[in-house]
Design a protein around this ligand. Structure first.
Ligand code: COI
Length: 323
């Protein structure tokens, strides 16, 4: 079976070599994302591996279907870059990959701690030999109530770590499922209660049509003044104009974002010398209480190996991984 892997980063290549040998797969690696310009690299009946940068819309899917592509495996956990419904109509199988939740969970905790201890401002000061303390007084996690939206693998891993900090933890489960093993230290609440009572709110839900812009002006109105918001899930969960207004009016006390709406073609690329078109991203980045990272919460040795391994394994076992 022929496989064309798109969006292949240098650091993934050793894992592609390792697992194509183990699974006996013939793989062509392509650095660029899959677009209508390079679709010619695919030959009749190939399968495809991609990452979140390739936008697999109905038009691309139709072209792939004409080339008898029957399986697209994304090396990500999230599948919001693929028009899954169109794929189903065209009888193209979509599988996602798997990696353990600790990479994102630990990064989330890092963002919370950086924000609580005002480390962005402290780090910038240190770089110019300014060792003053004024304005850097922080808070301890044990003094905070943290609200976790989404209680899947990552949300649960975040709560496990937070438990060690003696934090009060509130959780909202969109599916209504409650995990018995969490109940000794987590209080399940409805979304409004979580908004009203949390000092810190962290998002761990997928981007779906009904979660788009969940954090909007209405939700923000229900939150405490000075709330900290953390998003390591998907930028589309936040209505960015409401977020900007809430930062400007100091309703939000701290914001930590590893993801951003319309981050595609910016994050994971070197854009130092380019004119970047995402104004909101540039505007928000300058605030001392806003920490922004380039969608890298997943980016650990274990996770990258796992993303390649399970993507390739799906071509031989036809499995779909869910976190
Ligand atoms: C995912 O696996 O869903 C991620 O967010 C990782 C990223 C490479 C898109």
């Amino acid at each position: 079976m022929g496989i064309v892997a798109f969006d292949v980063r240098k650091d993934e290549i050793p894992y592609f070599r390792k697992y194509s040998t183990i699974f006996g797969l013939d793989i062509m690696m392509v650095k660029e994302s899959l677009t209508s310009d390079n679709i010619g690299k695919i030959v009749d009946g190939d399968s495809i591996s991609i990452i979140g940068h390739s936008k697999i819309n109905a038009q691309i899917l139709t072209s792939l279907s004409k080339k008898n592509v029957r399986h697209i495996s994304t090396r990500t956990v999230g599948i919001n870059h693929i028009d899954v419904e169109a794929a189903q109509h065209l009888n193209i199988k979509i599988t996602n990959s798997y990696y353990g939740p600790d990479c994102v969970a630990e990064f989330t905790i890092m963002l919370i701690l950086m924000s609580l201890r005002k480390y962005k401002a402290a780090m910038f000061r240190g770089n110019i030999n300014d060792y003053s303390l004024e304005g850097l007084k922080g808070k301890e996690l044990s003094a905070c109530t943290v609200g976790i939206i989404g209680t899947g693998a990552i949300g649960t891993a975040v709560m496990h770590i937070l438990h060690g900090f003696k934090t009060k933890i509130l959780a909202y489960s969109p599916t209504g499922k409650e995990k018995e093993e969490l109940k000794s230290y987590v209080e399940y609440v409805d979304l409004d209660t979580l908004y009203e009572q949390s000092d810190i709110i962290s998002l761990h839900i997928p981007y779906l049509p009904d979660t788009k812009h969940l954090i909007n002006i209405v939700a923000l109105d229900k939150m405490k003044k000075g709330v900290m918001l953390v998003n390591t899930s998907r930028g589309e969960l936040m209505d960015i104009s409401s977020i900007i207004h809430a930062i400007e009016t100091q309703k939000i006390g701290a914001l930590a974002l590893d993801v951003f709406e319309s981050e595609q073609d910016i994050y994971h690329h070197d854009r130092k010398l380019d004119i970047i078109s995402n104004r909101d991203m540039a505007y928000l980045r300058q605030f001392p209480n806003v920490v922004m990272t380039q969608h890298m919460a997943f980016y650990t040795e274990n996770a990258v190996e796992s993303m390649v391994k399970y993507s390739l394994q799906s071509f031989i076992s036809n499995t779909c991984n869910q976190s």
